[in-house]
Design a protein around this ligand. Sequence first.
Ligand SMILES: *Cc1c(COP(=O)(O)O)cnc(C)c1O
Length: 480
Amino acid sequence: MKYISTRGRVGPIEFQDAVLMGLADDGGLVIPDSIPDVTDQLGAWRPLDYRALALEVMRRFVTDLPEGDLKGLVDKTYGPAFEPVVATVKVGPLYVLELWHGPTFAFKDIALQFLGNLFEYILAHRGGCMNILGATSGDTGSAAIHAVRGRRGIDVFMMHPHARISQIQERQMTTVLDANVHNMSVRGSFDDCQRIMKDLAGDVEFKRKRSLGAVNSINWARVLAQIVYYFRGVFDVQIQTGSPKVRVAVPTGNFGDVLAGYYAMRMGCPISQLILATNENDILARFFNTGLYAREKVLHTLSPSMDIQAASNFERYLYYKVGCDAQRLREMMEQFAKTGSLRVEPGPDGTVDEHFLAARGTEQECLETIRKYHAEYRYVLDPHTAVGVAVAERVALGGSSAGHAPDDPVLCLATAHPAKFPDAIFKATGRRDLARHPKIDALKNLPARCAVLPNDREAVRHFIERTILHPPAVDTRDQS
Ligand SMILES: *Cc1c(COP(=O)(O)O)cnc(C)c1O
């Protein structure tokens, strides 16, 4: 398996080079040059535990690493300290795939813990060091920081929008005092942070000189690691229901999570439809229902990790949508960069892709769903998952426009533990005791380190250069 760029001017390259490259050097995203069909493996894969399944999925995409080494990485990542990796539970009318059992209580740990081990492995074999540059709307940052903290040869520079992520999300990052962790609080929106990151990572000379790597969801290894849990969750629902196919609802922001579902479906995972749920930042829902992808102002919602108006992984999907025509894609992306919109021709019913059912969930629906699921099923949803569940209930379980697969059971991905978002839970239920976790409670009293920077690319570049030249002293304060 080789890797190429969506914009056609990189590759073919090997998996490890694709992982190190992050954003492709031609400004596109790295993708595999083919999608393996595993339909004839499903029966053999269904009973596998998470580690064995992960190895089966990944080894089809990772062909430049001895299989024993890949197995070592998978076993190390999804070992006893990370169990269960995922859990499928029946809640009311649907199934919930809990993806938040990792160290920062969000689904991003599943891919980033793997990526941390992979980076360390690659650097140990090739020598050299790496500076990871990231932009986070909350959960990516802490998951990335926890994935690489204390690792040799890796520094992480993480931007977050100043005062626009939750206190808990902020403290999950800034209380990590390892000398290789550098938090930057940028006075702007998440999209501003993401633009600065893309500009710096797109500056090929700076990227080479400073060995920049990416952990944002554009990194192919993250998408790859996420493909695994679609198979696991869908198998779990099949085992419990006997249904040949499953619909999967995905609370969506940057299109990274649902993109993995798209790959899983293309590989033959028995998903009849992906239910793409956005919050009121609904650029993707509008796209799938009209063909027009048009950026608007970012609204701040109760589900901040989905407050995104330019989904960084969308380009990968679009590449397939335009028939793998890199030239055409490049023109579309250039037009989007210039004008803030692009368009594809929708089908006769107005929608773009029969495999996607897309809709947005409002703030009101989010709160009402949290309240209802606690009152009726004693299950506390985090506000991101609640958007997914609300949309799934409305468009897939309401008996209305359920497309070609009206009766398949619905699995909703649960992307965070509710204790990360206590204000939303309080707003929905009037209670502060429902969403607690001792590790999250403990964050309040820990010391923190963070630089506040203006919304300016050069200020960020300067901070990175200065920090590389003058690293902070190792902080030995008690971090327990
Ligand atoms: C990141 C995140 C999302 C959105 O995932 P994407 O891959 O950006 O679509 C949803 N919920 C939570 C809790 C997240 O952290």
